[in-house]
Design a protein around this ligand. Structure first.
Ligand SMILES: Cc1cc2nc3c(=O)[nH]c(=O)nc-3n(C[C@H](O)[C@H](O)[C@H](O)COP(=O)(O)O)c2cc1C
Length: 220
């Protein structure tokens, strides 16, 4: 294999093309941001990098709040559209048929149609070259209950999450493993496969072969 070295660039892929909602339920705005991510587990810190020219930058600076709404394939058109139109000129919620819903801890609205919405309060703003980074604490996470199972577990398989890689949108593929499965003990794997087969039979589904993943909790 030969790797060609390119000049520095924002090539990290995939990233979530998140819908960042801000403003209020009565007067909401939303923009797409792919430059967003997790900084720390405890306290739960995230960031979104927004160019100073964006209308959302102005709103978030004033309110100190925003919501990161996780995008899905169903929301792909809205994701792209909200990433090319400015709330200065158009009501993006109205045009894209999005519903602004009240949050638990902040005044900024969440998007009803998104499976997961993270309520964020800004702690710090750092201006770099092209973008201002809003570092924020996550105060609450709102999850569509249709993805929550009987044991209160989150099943995102059916949510069809959307990914963004180097200018293109992708639908996330099938689940192929779980955190820690590569070091799972054989006995644990056997038990898990048996349990999975039983569940699949109950659900009238064919058992999925070849999956070896364990019970470890994601401690990133
Ligand atoms: C896939 C995608 C990702 C984007 N990521 C960012 C980003 O991370 N930061 C940013 O400032 N703008 C980003 N944009 C552009 C803004 O979403 C766009 O300029 C939008 O119109 C700003 O809306 P506003 O003026 O209503 O705030 C992205 C656009 C797309 C389509």
């Amino acid at each position: 294999m030969t790797k060609i070295t390119w000049k520095a660039g924002t090539m990290l892929s995939p990233v979530p093309p998140a819908l960042i909602s801000c403003g209020t339920v009565e007067n909401p705005n939303v923009m797409t941001a792919a430059w967003t991510g997790i900084i720390c587990t405890e306290p739960t810190l995230v960031y979104v990098s927004v160019r100073p020219s964006r209308f959302s930058n102005e709103i978030i600076r004033k309110s100190g709040e925003f919501v990161i709404n996780v995008p899905t394939v169903k929301l792909a058109k809205a994701v792209d559209w909200c990433g090319v139109k400015s709330g200065r000129n158009v009501d993006k919620f109205k045009q894209m048929g999005l519903t602004a819903v009240k949050c638990e801890k902040i005044s900024a609205p969440q998007i009803e149609e998104a499976p997961i919405s993270l309520e964020c309060r800004v702690k710090n703003i750092t201006s770099f070259g092209t973008h201002d980074m809003f570092l924020a604490e996550v105060l609450a996470v709102n999850v569509d209950d249709k993805y929550i199972g009987e044991k209160n577990e989150l099943n995102l398989d059916k949510a069809q999450l959307l990914a963004y890689a180097h200018g293109f949108y992708y639908a996330l593929g099938k689940k192929i493993g779980k955190f820690g499965w590569s070091v799972e003990k054989k006995s644990t794997a056997k038990k898990r496969i048996a349990r999975q087969k039983q569940e699949n039979t109950q659900n009238n589904k064919k058992p999925q072969k070849g999956k070896k993943y364990g019970k470890q909790k994601n401690k990133n």
